[in-house]
Design a protein around this ligand. Sequence first.
Ligand SMILES: Nc1ncnc2c1ncn2[C@@H]1O[C@H](COP(=O)(O)OP(=O)(O)OP(=O)(O)O)[C@@H](O)[C@H]1O
Length: 407
Amino acid sequence: MNEPDERDERDTGEQAAPDADRNARGPVGEAAGAGGGGPGPGEYLQVADLSVTYRTAGGDVPAVRGVSFGLQPGSKLGVAGESGCGKSTVALALLRLLPRTARTGGRVLLDGEDVLAMRWGRLRAVRWAGASIVFQGAMHSLNPVHRVGAQIAEPVLLHGGAKPARARERVAELLEQVGLPAWRSRSYPHELSGGQRQRAVIAMALACEPRLIIADEPTTALDVMIQAQILRLIDDLVTGLDISMLMISHDLSVLADTCDRLAVMYAGRIVEEGPAEEVFAGARHPYSAALSAAFPRVGDPASRRAPRGLPGDPPDPAALPRGCSFGPRCPEAQQRCAEVDPVLWPAGGRRSAACVRVLSDEGARAAGVPPARPREEGAADTSRLDRGGEDDRAPAPDSAPQPEETR
Ligand SMILES: Nc1ncnc2c1ncn2[C@@H]1O[C@H](COP(=O)(O)OP(=O)(O)OP(=O)(O)O)[C@@H](O)[C@H]1O
């Protein structure tokens, strides 16, 4: 599952030149450690300044730009964002599963070892025992011509070093863990329902007792009822087995329910990071607020609003707008957003956001960001990028607006 076919060995190990366009940390000293947004001590996974550029016939596509985050053992991070913002590219980069056309920069430390610089033999072992991936659409992860049990046994035999009899026992244990009867090991993938197949894929991901599970849209292809069951299963397993988890989804409410922290991506960057509930219920970045409005919690009286879409599309990574990439779609955009390319700044508590509105006047001065332009008396508000109006002054991080105020 994790391993690309040898013929399709994707990774060249080639490292891109350091990306000048980074937002690993804001230029303001206060950013470090204050709002998350970067690796820290004791973390099992440390991603520092990760960049991925795809080379295409049409030119370079900078899909991931200076992404940094860390994951403590046993903790759960959700990565959210619209289609095309770079979520899957980050997931693939963590285990060097990118196609050959991708150039990577930065570091991905798994238990202190740099995955991006690892030898191939070591990487194979790490892909199962260090971390494993559950992809969206189980049919892509299961081979239709082999029985499910044989596929789950393969990593146990090859990477876990087990003898066949022990591998059979382990398959039965794994199937039981994911709620499937042991006899299902003799089934072919087409004999299972979508939910059962995804359970089998999860069993395979657990085969070598990884310390990290990367779940990339693990329930996208399933109906709503089964989605809830699979999410509960993943949550119970990672909690019970004390595994770290990085879950990717476009649905912020699903991630808020499952994860401890959230990182919201837009145009290849993390634009907000912080405790899950705080980001979901009181986003500091207008894009996170829009995502949260687009995916209200089902049945939650606190989010009894109709889902609201966000007009427009994310920019083409190969042709990003000047200034803030979200500026052209941002309902809160100010004049200076077209001039400043924001980085992750502290946004109060353990949060950070790449939006000039989170900067205090002092923070803006330190970051070299122009002050919010005061609104001129009687001036008509004609510019889309000047809609901040009287609200054009950034709230100080320690006076973070409450959820209602941000929307
Ligand atoms: N192999 C590739 N070659 C060229 N460009 C690519 C390749 N894979 C992804 N991209 C581009 O990189 C950007 C990020 O894509 P990615 O799949 O990581 O986004 P995503 O947020 O995971 O989207 P989705 O939720 O639809 O999977 C997109 O602009 C996409 O078109």
